[in-house]
Design a protein around this ligand. Structure first.
Ligand code: 13P
Length: 300
């Protein structure tokens, strides 16, 4: 059972949100209620937010641990997480720990409902690329998923659309399931270029690709900042991406492709996001580093 606490109200206040949504099964602490009243924040209770009925895509919640968790911490987090999500029901769950933890994580995750992914991979088969890692290595370590083109890879490690495309081709040829990340920076959004950026990233990233791939829309300004895109902003971007996918593949395939949202997703905002027609899941950073919060997101 989730409890809406003082912190939830304060984070809504700090983000300028006027509403905190409580699941039907949530409790609201008296202090949270008092604080909400003080700051004029409405607590919407007993609102069972449902996914739109015409969204038949299976929800997918993935945790990108980024550069966090040693082996010892990985064991602890996964052992805490497993029982919390074992009854999660009809949702795909994936975690992407750092490379050093993958083999260990694969051992812990045998025979349960959590899939394993990596955060990046090199596009070549094998060669002299110090510090890099291949698709075969990930597969042998137990990964079935790989995140490609994350904005942090694009920003700090020179990952271009062309490179995303090469990595994607390699991952697919090896049978890995990719999640291709796209998303605009703050200046690009403010300049009204969001859709243009998304168009370029999707078209170039998916060039000559025939297999359907999962997409993650992660507006860079919402990553790790506590500023979530509003459900409407996210849904608009997802809708735009889905229209592009209909051109790239065909409308039927585009309808089946899952588009995840990423950027400051928390237990308190996941339900509103998931209620949107084109939002099929979340790629979670910070909140995936804690078993309790990640499991609450999984059970949105
Ligand atoms: P946060 O959830 O920490 O904002 O990170 C999002 C992200 O980049 C997931 O890939």
């Amino acid at each position: 059972m989730r409890i809406i606490k003082y912190d939830d109200i304060m984070s809504a206040k700090n983000q300028g949100r006027k509403k905190v949504v409580a699941h039907s099964a949530s409790l609201v602490s008296p202090y949270a209620r008092e604080t909400a009243l003080r700051f004029g924040i409405e607590i919407v209770e007993n609102l069972s937010i449902k996914r739109e009925e015409n969204n038949m895509r299976k929800p997918f919640i993935a945790g990108n641990w980024k550069m966090n968790k040693t082996n010892r911490e990985t064991v602890k987090l996964l052992n805490n997480l497993k029982p919390l999500v074992s009854d999660a029901g009809d949702v795909d769950i994936m975690v992407a720990p750092p490379y050093t933890s993958l083999t260990l994580a694969a051992e812990i995750l045998t025979d349960n409902n959590i899939m394993l992914g990596a955060q990046n991979m090199h596009q070549e088969e094998s060669s002299a690329y110090t510090g890099e890692i291949t698709a075969d290595m990930l597969i042998e370590a137990g990964c079935s998923w790989v995140i490609l083109g994350h904005s942090e890879r694009r920003k700090y490690f020179g990952c271009s659309d062309e490179l995303v495309n090469k990595k994607l081709k390699k991952a697919l040829s090896k049978g890995l399931n990719p999640i291709v990340c796209v998303g605009e920076q703050l200046e690009e959004r403010e300049a009204g270029n969001t859709f243009e950026i998304l168009r370029r990233q999707v078209t170039e990233g998916l060039k000559e690709i025939n297999d359907p791939v999962t997409i993650a829309y992660e507006p860079v300004w919402a990553i790790g900042t506590g500023k979530t895109a509003s459900p409407e902003q996210a849904d608009d971007a997802h809708k735009f991406i889905r229209e592009m996918l209909a051109d790239i593949y065909n409308p039927e395939i585009a309808e089946d492709i899952r588009i995840l949202y990423g950027g400051s997703v928390k237990p308190t905002n996941i339900s509103e996001l998931m209620a949107k027609k084109n939002i099929d899941g979340g790629l979670i950073g910070g909140a995936s580093l804690n078993a309790e919060s990640f499991s609450q997101i999984v059970k949105f």
